[in-house]
Design a binder for this molecule. Structure first.
Ligand code: TMP
Ligand code: ASP
Length: 245
């Protein structure tokens, strides 16, 4: 398969067209950003780790009937994906209070939520990805009510699967962000990635130490150190659990 010049470069991935229409190649980068790219750095081998974890999770979700953009992974940091039109909404699912939920509501870090919270953020870097209300989402025509209903249902199903999967890795899934896209038949597919960049993952074995337990991008955001080690740790546990399934 020959790959043509890049179609789009985002903060964590470069997207290339391929010789096959409707199939794109996503190359995962080691570049890391936080706080709307105000903080920049590199996490060694992040591209390989995030692509590998995402590929395994997408395959597992497909096996459980959840449609994703994943086709295959021709190299450890490369994913062939179905071309989709991304719905410009970041869907965040939270099980435990952390991050912006604590900042904006005053809920103490680590509060277990009575039920998963699904939130929608406007995917717009210029505006800083603001939290949306339902009415604002419809006002901006970012998705139809039917699409929001489908996406919410899928997000909760994915949360059920991921919580269970990460528990088997001895990791608590605190929260995560999903993106969805529409294929040529207007079908909603799970897109983007599911990785330590897009999830908060706390190590059960170190649950009492708020700094040591973090196995995700918060290590980079908050300068906690040992970022690469944490990402590798998640990959190793994911591979072990997938091999045993
Ligand atoms: P938040 O608490 O900062 O709103 O983040 C919620 C979840 O979304 C967390 O798991 C990290 C993830 N996330 C992204 O994947 N990309 C982003 O740009 C942001 C702000 C959060
Ligand atoms: N991906 C986001 C950015 O750099 C921020 C984050 O993940 O915290 O803009």
């Amino acid at each position: 398969m020959s790959v043509n010049s890049k179609l789009y470069e985002g903060k964590a991935k470069i997207i290339y067209p391929t010789d096959t229409s409707n199939i794109l190649l996503a190359v995962f980068k080691d570049d890391a950003t936080a706080f709307n790219a105000q903080k920049r750095g590199t996490i060694l081998n992040k591209g390989i780790v995030n692509c590998s974890i995402s590929s395994k999770i997408f395959q597992q979700l497909e096996l459980r009937g959840i449609k994703t953009h994943y086709i295959d992974s021709p190299a450890p940091n490369e994913m062939r994906v179905k071309a989709v039109k991304i719905v410009p909404v970041e869907v965040v699912v939270r099980n435990i209070a952390a991050g912006s939920l604590c900042k904006q509501t005053g809920l103490p870090l680590g509060t277990v939520l009575p039920k998963p919270l699904v939130e929608f953020y406007y995917k717009n870097d210029a505006l800083g990805d603001p939290l949306l209300t339902g009415d604002r989402l419809f006002l901006l025509e970012l998705a139809t009510p039917e699409q929001v209903e489908t996406i919410t249902h899928l997000a909760l199903q994915i949360n059920e699967y991921l919580q269970d999967f990460f528990q088997k890795c001895d990791i608590t899934l605190v929260d995560f962000k999903l993106e969805f896209g529409l294929d040529s038949q207007q079908q909603i597919l799970l897109a983007d990635e599911i990785s330590p960049d897009t999830c908060r993952l706390w190590d059960n074995a170190r649950s009492t130490d708020p700094n040591l337990r973090v196995l995700d991008k918060d290590r980079f955001r908050q300068d906690l150190g040992n970022v690469e080690e944490a990402y590798q740790q998640v990959l190793q546990r994911v591979l072990t659990v997938v091999q045993g399934e």
